[in-house]
Write a protein that binds this ligand. Structure first.
Ligand code: ADP
Ligand code: MG
Ligand code: MG
Length: 251
């Protein structure tokens, strides 16, 4: 599915290396979590995967299902199945949530050479999925994310993800700022999307999200590299002892 080999990334504007040789393979059907101290490069990794401006790949490879991701424009990456749920979801005044989602779904379908979803079919699907996420009809009509609470924005991101049916879902601190109930809803939404042919990269500061989204593999990132990989027990270890021991071991 997603294969990252020896990825080196620096800021475009200055000679500052941020990722210093990241190796990571996410198999289909698996949930990989990335934890790590602030400033270790977790968000940068997710931005680079989604194709955001401002970063330069100086070495390494990224492929999705064998296709070279680094060659693709951001829209092409999305059409290829990479979805990034933003740490800070954007507000789009003047554009209704439902209209936005329908345009996004159909433009991806078009890019893949698939038929557009009819208005009736779209309405049926989005209503079902919104209900599962406890998103009410009113929120579907309002402008994208405008005036949404933190929890509503996050649930809306998961709705976007559910509608776009990506192959590789990347969630960057989707739990930050959520109360326990909102976090459980988000986790439920993610769990409902888990499937044999879909991979997840869940970036989180806190182990608590991983109580609800059970990862298959946990990685610890520090100073632009993955310094430790293990099972869910690794996240528990971090929760208990912080990063100091792991950092010392790998210094
Ligand atoms: P994390 O998500 O793990 O907290 P980030 O990927 O946000 O880490 O940041 C990694 C490092 O790169 C930090 O030292 C951060 O200050 C730096 N960095 C990332 N993006 C930029 C940028 N656009 N300008 C300056 N520094 C940046
Ligand atoms: Mg940060
Ligand atoms: Mg971050």
């Amino acid at each position: 599915m997603l294969e990252i080999k020896n990825l080196h990334v620096k800021l475009e504007e200055e000679d500052k290396a941020i990722l210093k040789g990241v190796n990571l393979t996410v198999e289909p059907g698996k949930v990989h979590a990335i934890m790590g101290p602030n400033g270790s490069g977790k968000s940068t990794l997710s931005y680079v995967l989604s194709g955001r401006d401002g970063y330069e790949v100086t070495d390494g490879e990224v492929s999705l299902g064998g296709e070279d991701v680094l060659e693709l424009e951001p829209e092409e990456r999305a059409a290829a199945g990479i979805f990034l749920a933003f740490q800070y979801p954007v507000e789009i005044p003047g554009v209704g949530n439902m209209t936005f989602l329908r345009t996004a779904v159909n433009s991806q379908r078009k890019a893949r050479g698939e038929d557009e979803m009819s208005a009736a079919e779209f309405l049926k699907v989005i209503r079902e999925k919104a209900k599962e996420l406890k998103i009410d009809a009113d929120m579907l009509k309002r402008p994208v994310n405008v005036g949404f609470s933190g929890g509503e924005k996050k649930r809306n991101e998961i709705l976007q993800m559910a509608m776009l049916e990506p192959k590789m879902c990347i969630l960057d601190e989707t739990d930050s700022g959520l109360d326990v109930d909102a976090m459980k809803l988000v986790a439920q939404g993610v769990n409902a999307l888990r499937s044999e042919d879909r991979g997840f990269l869940v970036i989180t500061h806190y182990q608590r999200l991983l109580d609800h989204i059970k990862p298959d593999v946990v990685h610890i990132m520090a100073n632009g590299r993955i310094i430790a990989t293990g099972g869910p027990e690794l996240a528990l270890e971090v929760e208990e002892n912080g990063y100091a021991d792991i950092l010392k071991e790998h210094a």
